[in-house]
Design a protein around this ligand. Structure first.
Ligand SMILES: Nc1nc2c(c(=O)[nH]1)N[C@H]1C(S)=C(S)[C@@H](COP(=O)(O)OP(=O)(O)OC[C@H]3O[C@@H](n4cnc5c(=O)[nH]c(N)nc54)[C@H](O)[C@@H]3O)O[C@H]1N2
Ligand SMILES: Nc1nc2c(c(=O)[nH]1)N[C@H]1C(S)=C(S)[C@@H](COP(=O)(O)OP(=O)(O)OC[C@H]3O[C@@H](n4cnc5c(=O)[nH]c(N)nc54)[C@H](O)[C@@H]3O)O[C@H]1N2
Ligand SMILES: [Mo]
Length: 762
């Protein structure tokens, strides 16, 4: 048994024992004070039965050639050699480009893939497709679809809200009142894109409390803040109304900081007219907010006064913008913080994403990281990332996005490497119908995910544990060498090797590889990076031997501290240079679902609306505590949470009793879009009428040929609505959906999600 040097996943750095070609035990690195439980999914990940052993082609595609097909997801596969795969795939890409043009390739290929600066699947696939002549691409993320559009317009940036957020140490020292909308869910802070080598959030919250700081959490789930806190459980999706109720108290009791609003903001007056009801006759009083949110008006009045009297940090989790009208919560959170006048003061102001990812609160690097050059995409056509089904079903149709009138392209080939749309996209029955209409779907993945099973050409990738790389992230001090822990599984290959062979077959091999092996790229990227730094780093071999390299960071930041200190020099990137509580640009778009100032809009999927009479439970489809998205769902930590093999659904005791349900029952969760099975966990740490079913259980249709089939495993995206946040951002709205739950009385169908599809001889 060999003990490895350090390696790394998006959820932490570790060493591993390796036996018989697989990870057997994992030990977090010594410096990580609060390692992620997700490390428990790694043992057995390399030789798991869901691995793809060899290149494979869907039988119907091989037989009939490219074209629309309803058989995707139900068909058998035929294994082919690498040479045959390269020839088939290169030929098909050439055919698409020659017949329809590069725009007909959708290469958005959204997804988290694995950590690693060189083998990062997104970087590889985008570099390859750019050199092929380009592809239709996607903008923004499922994570921050609404924030990514609204916040640059109103505060001039979205990235810096996380990258240059107020440091945990500043919060610990200065914040008196931490008012968190969406809690600070420690389960989520295990993760950081590109990996993370320390997890300070838990101890920061503890130290804050030790100093006398108070935490107020607005969330349907009590355990979104661990330990002592004041818990308010509004009806999900009503946070903006709650914030307006608080703002009303500030505005009418002389508690709003008018000097701050005058100097650092624009458009407060326009917003205040709305707040006080001068235009629509509806004053957004605490009583008004209480009627919508189900909270007590007096509690809001008291809290607003406390917020004005203390050093207060208002935080908004990312989940609050992954719902219909998701633009409003971060914009209104910022507005509320602006009214308190503490933006830019240590421990006060605004935060976005504490408890969503590890990054907020961590000091940023003072330098960039080594990177694989990407080149430019000759094709300009794009969609907002979560519009994939809309695009595939509506070629040639116009749509609105961020003030632009755009047209959906006619896609013939969908190319995916490093993501899983059957994890991330809403309304899977609709997605399946959309995927059925293209000519060819190509998927690179190490595992037989549902996306791989719905592909025509399946490319078996290695995992990051079977190759050499290094990784780091912009708010973590360590660049970590990732040593290969085992040989590539069966006939799998890293994506670089696949794309190199394809590029060679297509005539641009030298341009793609620049004549370098993967190892030579690691050295080259490192050396190029090192040459651009204003401090010295050791030569590559020395870094590689040491296993890690500590980089300088910028501790002690306060978000927008420099803007407050000197608003002229640190003018924001908004049209006015200051915070836009009213945006003339957004107003000019004339959208009826996103006006020029933050406002309350009734969502469709909420307990206060008409749909709730048919589907009376509000399902929170949040991030899973036991894995990263769908990754390693077959691992021990994830499997350990399942109930009779199904994903757990948490229910309030009153809701469970009303349906005759007890712990361990299997239920059918359904609405008019679809249905899935899940295993009941009765828990009073939820608001009544709320159920929680996290994302990430692999889609497992009882009848793979039927797009409307019951998912027997518990993927909430068979239920969610594929509606955008608004005409402004068209972000993902998968966080919320209304459902009904009933006992599943029939014999339990087997879970086959992690079994490979049928592979047949030619
Ligand atoms: N209902 C609902 N839906 C949601 C959300 C929600 O809150 N509610 N959240 C959304 C959010 S925030 C996100 S970010 C998305 C996440 O959606 P994704 O990022 O698409 O989900 P992952 O499961 O991380 O998919 C990554 C895939 O990459 C594969 N992979 C790993 N390493 C490699 C590699 O080296 N090469 C290749 N080729 N493949 C590799 C993995 O096996 C896996 O299949 O989901 C979104 N979906
Ligand atoms: N363990 C783990 N951690 C992860 C991930 C993962 O897959 N697993 N994914 C990572 C990724 S890609 C992302 S983008 C981030 C996402 O970060 P978030 O979007 O913030 O994560 P969620 O877990 O969806 O939501 C956080 C909490 O918000 C609460 N919430 C939901 N709806 C409402 C509401 O209407 N009002 C209020 N007040 N609260 C609400 C839920 O109770 C939920 O637990 O997480 C990251 N962290
Ligand atoms: Mo995300």
């Amino acid at each position: 048994m060999a003990h490895s040097p350090t390696s790394l996943a998006h959820w932490g750095a570790f060493t591993a024992e390796v036996a018989a070609g697989d990870i057997s035990t994992v030990t977090p690195i010594a410096g990580d004070a609060d390692p992620s439980p997700l490390l428990g999914n790694l043992p057995g990940a390399i030789r798991h039965r869901s691995r793809i052993a060899a290149p494979a082609v869907r039988r119907g595609w091989l037989r009939d050639g490219p074209g629309p097909s309803d058989a995707r997801g139900a068909d058998e596969f035929i294994e082919v050699s690498w040479d045959e795969l390269t020839e088939l795939l290169a030929g098909e890409l050439r055919r698409i480009v020659d017949t329809y043009g590069n725009e007909a390739i959708y290469g958005g290929s959204y997804g988290w893939a694995s950590a690693g600066r060189f083998h990062h699947a997104q970087s590889q696939v985008h570099r390859f497709l750019k050199m092929l002549g380009g592809y239709t691409f996607s903008r923004h993320s499922y994570s921050l679809g609404a924030t990514g559009v609204i916040m640059p317009r109103v505060v001039g940036t979205h990235d810096d809200l996380f990258k240059r957020s107020t440091d945990w140490n500043v919060i610990v020292e200065h914040t008196d009142l931490l008012v968190c909308f969406g809690g600070i869910a420690l389960k989520n802070t295990g993760i950081n894109h590109g990996g993370t080598t320390g997890h300070p959030a838990r101890s920061a919250l503890r130290s804050l409390r030790d100093r006398g700081g108070r935490i107020v959490s607005f969330s349907p789930l009590r355990d979104d803040v661990e330990g002592d806190c004041e818990w308010h459980a509004p009806i999900p999706g009503t946070d903006v109304a709650v914030m307006l109720g608080l703002a009303y108290v500030l505005a009418t009791e002389g508690l709003a900081d008018r000097a701050f609003l005058q100097k650092y903001c624009t458009g407060y007056d326009r917003f205040e007219r709305y707040l006080l009801g001068h235009d629509d006759g509806v004053a957004k009083t605490p009583q008004w907010a209480a009627r919508i949110s189900g909270l007590e008006a007096d509690d809001l009045v008291t809290l607003a006064r406390r917020m004005a009297g203390s050093r207060t940090l208002v935080t908004v989790s990312w989940s609050l913008q992954r719902i219909r009208h998701g633009e409003q919560a971060p914009w209104m959170g910022l507005t509320l913080a602006a009214m308190l006048g503490q933006i830019g003061l240590p421990g006060g102001g605004f935060g976005h994403g504490y408890g969503s990812m590890n990054e907020p609160g961590l000091p940023p690097l003072r330098c960039r990281l080594p990177a694989l050059p990407q080149g430019l995409n000759p094709v300009q056509t794009f969609i907002p990332v979560a519009a994939i089904t809309d695009m595939l079903l509506n070629p040639g149709e116009p749509f609105e996005y961020n003030g632009l009138s755009l047209t959906y392209p006619d896609i013939k080939c969908v190319y995916w490497a490093g993501g899983n749309p059957f994890h991330h996209h809403q309304n899977i029955p609709r997605l399946r119908r959309a995927l059925a209409r293209v000519d060819t779907i190509v998927v690179h993945d190490p595992y037989w995910t549902a996306m791989a099973k719905h592909a025509d050409i399946v490319v078996p990738s290695t995992t990051s544990f079977e190759r050499e790389d290094y990784s780091g992230s912009r708010n973590d001090p360590l660049l970590v060498a990732m040593r290969a822990l085992a040989q590539p599984y069966e006939n799998s290959r890293d994506d670089y090797t696949t794309f190199s062979a394809l590029a060679t077959a297509l005539g641009f091999g030298d341009q793609f590889t620049e004549g370098r092996t993967a190892r030579e790229w690691l050295v080259h990227m490192y050396e190029k990076w090192a040459a651009g730094l204003d401090f010295d780093v050791p030569p590559f071999e020395e870094f590689w031997a040491a296993g890690q390299l500590e980089l300088p960071t910028e501790p002690g930041l306060t978000l927008l501290g420099d803007f407050r200190a000197d608003p002229r020099t640190h003018r924001l990137g908004t049209p006015s240079g200051v915070i836009e509580i009213f945006s003339a640009d957004i107003d000019a778009f004339g959208y009826d679902d996103c006006a020029g100032h933050p406002a309350w809009y009734e969502p469709t999927e909420w307990l206060g609306g008409p749909r709730a009479t048919r589907y009376p439970l509000h399902l929170v489809a949040n991030q899973p505590a036991t894995r990263l998205h769908s990754q390693l769902d077959g691992g021990a930590t994830s499997q350990g949470s399942k109930i009779q093999g199904r994903e757990p659904i948490r229910m309030h005791p009153v809701d469970a009793a009303a349906r005759g349900l007890v712990d361990g029952d299997v239920v059918r969760v359904f609405n008019d879009r679809g249905a899935c099975l899940a295993g009941v966990v009765v828990d009073d740490r939820l608001r009544q009428d709320v159920v929680q079913l996290s994302t990430g259980a692999w889609y497992d249709p009882a009848d793979p040929a039927d797009p409307d089939s019951l998912c027997v495993h518990g993927n909430p995206n068979v239920l969610t609505d594929d509606a955008g946040t608004s005409s402004l951002a068209r972000g993902c709205t998968g966080a919320h959906v209304l459902v009904q739950v009933e006992k599943f009385a029939r014999p339990l169908p087997p879970v086959r999600a992690h079994e490979p599809p049928r592979i047949v001889a030619r």
